[in-house]
Design a protein around this ligand. Structure first.
Ligand SMILES: [Zn+2]
Length: 374
């Protein structure tokens, strides 16, 4: 059984901030990353994880999801004066630049790739990258929504190129639609992108028609883009679980990914002033658990946006990490599975018993169970 959960974080990624007045961008502060990391330290979870250093992504890696023209433009930002940065920022939407953001953005991508390398080579079972700036709104030639480079989109391409991943699942549980990820893989059947998001009939940011349920991908990629737009706020734990059981998991099991990414945005939890959802922090533990039964447990959670208050960040991030670490249920699950193996064929399947202590259904038996519950 592959052991260990990676945690990738570097304080350097807190070292940029908004340098002028902008009511939209003022919420994107370094503290959002700091509180997430501190939550893991205080709960003792950070100590239980395998700490892996960050690195800067190379140009070639960034170009896996971005245009050369855009990369060259961002490269100039460390040398810009305040006025030039403001002008540059105005080309894009809901984002800001700072002389150190290019460096941080390269670290955010590099941290995500370090996570992929360690998970795909079996050095760790799974892991979480706490990164900033986030990535899921950024597009081939545009920064957007506080995102500079698309960390997860680059990492999915990287996993296909360098680790021969044939099918990659991206689960975006952030409250905003990660349109940048959708655009990147729209016609690509090897990457299944799933996103739920606050939508309210296009009145919620990013206000795009293509965030609606009928954007399913195009060409060969038709069916590999799954949007679940929320047209009401206040969605709770049972709504999140219902979407997982009735939409995402049946499709994900049929897709049978080699690797799973979570675009882990915690603005979809209760208490977030933008999300206005009602799901409690422990739901993220359940959702993480359900995803760990895919891809032989190879799950890479990459932070998009954390909660603003330290108490919520503590609850949300810790909830997911604790699940990735597979405690405290590990021993009990293993014991119950072992004793019942001779009575139930679903418990005899090799996958989980040899490599993973959690229950494992074959795609067929899992689907049967889902249909029985509908
Ligand atoms: Zn968000």
């Amino acid at each position: 059984m592959k052991m260990g959960t990676a945690l990738i974080y570097d304080e350097e990624m807190t070292k940029y901030k908004l340098l002028w007045v902008d009511p939209v961008c003022k919420i994107e502060v370094p503290e959002r990353l700091i509180v997430s990391y501190e939550a893991l330290v205080k709960s003792g979870l950070a100590d239980r994880c395998v700490s892996i250093p960050v690195r800067e992504a190379t140009d070639a890696e960034i170009l896996l999801a971005h245009s050369e023209e855009y990369l060259e433009a961002v490269k100039k930002t460390p040398f810009m004066h305040l006025e030039e940065l403001m002008t540059f920022t105005q080309k894009y939407g809901d984002v800001y630049f700072h002389p150190n953001i290019y460096h941080c953005a390269k670290l955010a991508v590099g941290a995500t790739l370090q996570l992929v390398d360690n998970v795909m080579t079996g050095k760790v079972r799974n892991g979480m990258a706490l990164v900033r700036p986030p990535g899921h709104h950024s597009q081939s030639s545009a920064a957007n929504g506080f995102c500079v480079f698309n960390n997860v989109a680059i990492a999915a391409q990287y996993a296909k190129k360098h680790h021969k991943a044939k099918r990659v699942l991206i689960v975006d549980w952030d409250v905003h639609h990660g349109q940048g990820v959708q655009y990147c893989f729209e016609d690509d059947p090897s990457v299944l992108y799933f996103s739920w998001h606050r939508y309210e009939h296009q009145s919620f940011w990013p206000n795009l028609k293509e965030s609606d349920f009928d954007s399913v991908g195009s060409g060969k990629g038709a069916g590999f883009n799954v949007n679940v737009p929320w047209n009401k706020v206040g969605m709770g734990n049972s709504d999140y679980l219902a979407v997982f059981f009735h939409v995402l998991l049946p499709v994900a099991y049929e897709f049978s990914p080699d690797l799973v990414f979570i675009c882990a945005g915690f603005d979809s939890a209760i208490g977030d002033p933008e999300g206005h959802m009602s799901a409690t922090p422990d739901i993220f533990a359940h959702l993480t658990h359900l995803l760990m039964n895919l891809a032989d447990g190879k799950v890479c959670a990459v932070l998009e946006v954390s909660a603003r208050s330290s108490s919520l960040a503590h609850a949300n991030v810790s909830s997911s990490s604790r699940t990735l670490l597979l405690f405290p249920a590990l021993e009990s699950i293993h014991s119950a599975r072992s004793i019942h193996k001779k009575y139930w064929s679903c418990l005899q399947h090799a996958g989980m018993s040899s490599q993973h202590p959690l229950f494992h259904f074959t795609p067929t038996s899992f689907r049967d169970r889902l249909y029985m519950s509908i």
